[in-house]
Design a protein. Sequence first.
Length: 357
Amino acid sequence: MLVFRQLFDPTSSTYTYLLGCSSTREAVLIDPVFEQVRRDAALIGELGLKLLWTLDTHVHADHVTGAWLLKQKLGSDIALSAAAGASGADRMLADGDRVEFGRRSLEVRATPGHTNGCVTYVLDDESMAFTGDCIMIRGSGRTDFQQGDPRALYRSVRSRIFSLPETCLLYPAHDYRGLTATSVAEEKKFNPRLGGEVGEGDYVGYMKNLDLPHPKKIDEAVPANLRCGQPGNEAGAPPDPVWAPLRFTFGGVWEVEPHWLEENLAKVNVLDVREPNEFSGPLGHIRGATLVPLGELAQRAKELPNDKPIVAVCRAGSRSAHATAILQKAGFADIANLPGGMLRWRAEGRGVEGGSS
């Protein structure tokens, strides 16, 4: 059985795809985004997967790949097409190669046209294919920069993608309308650029007259992606917090474990976002905690001291997770949630003020 997740970066409208073998828990990640590495690493950890490979479909012009940063964080190897001309990869892929993860694998199909180094990754049973910017949902990648060639792209789609089973689902690297997937049958029938009776000359003429604006991040993204995402003079990703041994969740929340908090209460400000009757109720509250109910937090955030990191707590950890988002929006940087809240705190026998025995 396949573990499959489709992830999205709203800034660049990029899709990232996580595929894992359910038997061995080995996984690959296709087209990761630098700014989303924390999110992706959190999901991989929560699903109990081991990331073997990051795979890029091509050298992107609209975002920096997360391949290098994931290699630093998770020890994954980097692979992309040899024709991409990039440095820093652990494996340079050629047409017909296979990338294995557990009992599953992806076939590499060269599909140049958007760039020289574009590839499509086809799942072993040909039920799914990841097309990068070659064919998109009712469209195709542009061909007016980075060695773009409309004739090559037309032939790539017709010979390497439309030759897959019609039931094969196609997953592009981008979509700007919120569409998530298509199929070979759909694109052969409905793609206005490449489907039906559209000929090579028709496609070339269409693509040469698109008159699209230059990608906004191309001057930053392409040089970085030719290094597999390793930062040069560009600013790197924000460093992870170091004030506590925090864990970043797939939901986008930093968490701190109860045992650390109990041993370091003097180093933080504990914010309890329950209602007053809960604060003084049977569960009690953590010594020294400040009470600001969640519904009042946005208006009262300026009352909170900013001299120490803040750990938010509630009954079970849900309201306090939301509280961290409110605090971040209010300008607080060092914030974390207490997962499990007071229920877990009391269940583990940790000290409280008030409450019932």
